[in-house]
Design a protein around this ligand. Structure first.
Ligand SMILES: [Zn+2]
Length: 130
């Protein structure tokens, strides 16, 4: 068992820094504006190589979810959940749902991102939107 320490690279360091700053930013195409995650050197829509890092609104919809009842990492004692959220800007991110868990399926629920401390660093999390 180990901890879930992110491995940072030159291509995603701005994203990790934006999480530390409490406002997730993703790579976007400077030519057509398409957001992309994970970062990549070429826009999949228009093939431009011009990029910029832009903050996202922090809202999205749950595409899928799971609750783990087995321990995989020391810093995630079970039970804990993982949710796939399609951001309103398009990209899909994996995060954790915090706060009240909805009854039944979580799929299709609207969420907003917030930032929580986790084992000495900041991470994003999703909360069911009012
Ligand atoms: Zn583009």
């Amino acid at each position: 068992m180990g901890k879930t320490t992110p491995v940072m690279s030159l291509s995603d360091a701005p994203m990790w820094q934006s999480i530390e700053n409490g406002k997730l930013a993703l790579m976007a195409c400077k030519t057509c504006g398409t957001y992309r995650y994970p970062p990549s050197p070429i826009c999949p829509k228009c093939l431009s190589m011009e990029t910029e890092w832009k903050p996202i609104a922090g809202t999205g919809t749950i595409l899928s979810w799971v609750v783990f009842h087995r321990k995989y990492f020391d810093d995630f004692p079970p039970p804990y959940n993982a949710v796939a959220v399609r951001l309103d800007e398009g990209p899909i991110i994996m995060t954790n749902l915090v706060g009240e868990e909805p009854e039944g399926s979580w799929i299709g629920k609207r969420v907003s991102l917030e930032y929580v401390d986790h084992d000495g660093r900041r991470q994003h999390a999703a909360r069911i939107a009012e």
